[in-house]
Design a protein around this ligand. Structure first.
Ligand code: LLP
Length: 417
């Protein structure tokens, strides 16, 4: 089998390390399942991203939905990032993590009055809005609060990002964004006196692996921006969203940034607007593993199963998107390989991490690393089957700390009255 390694997760003398810490040591101290993140990797990805786009000097807002542990958000805030939040809960987390309201953008296709009010009270930098009715709600609530809110309109460029349908957001029939005509109507009607319209926003989808959809969409947005200027509407920024794909298979390349920044510069520099990005997955996915232990192995029919102590409650992506996550033993093993289904203890046939995956012989207590689980893993977790949420550990160099403890049985009842 192939082992997946990167600057943070590597094998030394046949043992998986995260930075300078043997993964085994973390398992011995905090048990399994456990999510382990590399702080150095997060910082490296952030600087790789900002250097890649140096030609257009963008403002970056970490999309906290990818991993909203406050220690993770704080890592990006300390690196100089703003934060993109998608709910009152994410806004609360960003503020607790030390983000300044002026560096927070509040997105979301349906914000409640309470969420908008919270954003106004905290004085977030701007709201992104994607319906006329929500724009009217922001205007009304800003008026009641005696404020003027910055708003960027999320438009739908009707471009196919060529990714999984559940994470495509930019086709005309998706729920996201508004049409260019609707945007023009909102921006020129003069009805929203408590709003300052500041920019246009788009987000194509997630785990995008090619440059072409970005270019196609940005060209359309550039025309819209130009037409709006002709109509007397002057916007100062263009938010191009996130979506940059990462490698899930060993040896698979990450999003190729060699051409996009130059191509974007050509289109955008003449427009004299500030460019925003909201990457999530690119910054975090490969900075995390889900460490799990084999509880039992068995064979049913002609299939071999390894039943592990993590489940779909800890990582939903395989069942939800048929997503591939590489799985590898923490201690390298040579010898014969077998096809296993790696499954969890939840009472659902959908509770699997991998099907027919070639792995060395697994036995009780074998430690397995489920790779690329720094993004969209814990944030999508649940307590189904009244399972306890795993702890989260942040490693830096030879130090590691618990950034969320393991849930206890009594935590399960804390909201019940
Ligand atoms: N901006 C907006 C408006 C978004 O909706 C998203 C992700 C991002 C930025 C960040 O996108 P990224 O750079 O992470 O691709 N749960 C799915 C992914 C859902 C993405 C939702 N929106 C998954 O596990 O693949």
């Amino acid at each position: 089998m192939q082992y997946k390694e990167n600057s943070a997760f590597s094998y030394q003398a046949g043992e998986l390390f995260v930075e300078d810490v043997p993964v085994k040591e973390i398992a011995a101290i905090v048990g399994t399942p456990v999510l382990i993140y590399s702080k150095t990797f997060f910082k490296q990805q952030y600087s790789a991203f900002t250097s890649a786009f140096a030609a257009i000097s963008p403002r970056v807002f970490y999309a906290s939905k990818a991993n909203f542990n406050t220690a993770v958000i704080r890592t990006f805030v300390e690196a100089g990032s703003g934060v993109d939040v998608n709910s009152a809960g994410e806004l609360y987390r960003a503020l607790q993590a030390g983000a300044k309201p002026r560096n927070i953008v509040f997105a979301g296709v349906g914000k409640t009055d309470a969420e908008i009010t919270y954003g106004l009270e905290q004085e977030v930098f701007l709201f992104k809005s994607e319906s006329r009715e929500e724009v009217a709600a922001i205007n009304r609530l800003a008026h009641d609060a005696g404020k003027t809110a910055n708003v960027a309109l999320r438009v739908n460029p009707d471009v196919d990002p060529k990714t999984h349908p559940y994470i495509s957001t930019s086709l005309a029939n998706n729920k996201f964004g508004i049409s260019f005509d609707e945007a023009k109507g909102i921006l020129t009607c003069g009805e929203f006196s408590n709003i300052r319209f500041t920019g246009l926003d788009m987000h194509l989808g997630s785990q995008i692996t090619t440059t072409a959809p970005y270019i196609e969409a940005v060209k359309k947005l550039a025309v819209l921006l130009f037409e709006l200027r002709e109509a007397g509407v002057h916007l100062t920024h263009l938010d191009l969203g996130g979506g940059f794909g990462v490698s899930y298979q060993p040896g698979e390349p990450e999003f190729d940034f060699s051409e996009l920044p130059g191509q974007l510069a050509e289109i955008l520099l003449p427009l004299n607007v500030t460019v925003f990005f909201e990457p999530g997955r690119f910054l975090t996915a490969n900075g995390g593993i889900l460490l799990t232990k084999v509880l039992y192995t068995k064979a049913n029919g002609n299939k071999k199963f390894a039943i592990v102590d993590a489940g779909m409650t800890d990582l939903m992506r395989p069942v939800l998107y048929n997503a591939y996550h590489h799985i590898q033993p923490v201690s390298c093993q040579s010898g014969a390989e077998f096809e296993y289904d790696i499954v969890g203890p939840v009472c659902e046939s959908s509770d699997f991490f991998a099907k027919s995956r070639l792995l060395p012989e697994l036995g009780k207590d074998t430690l397995l690393a489920v790779c690329s689980t720094g993004a969209y893993t814990d944030v999508m977790g649940s307590n189904y089957n009244a399972r306890l949420r795993p702890p989260e550990i942040l490693v830096e160099g030879s130090n590691f700390k618990t950034i969320r403890r393991r849930e206890k049985l009594e935590d399960l009842l804390r909201l019940e009255v």
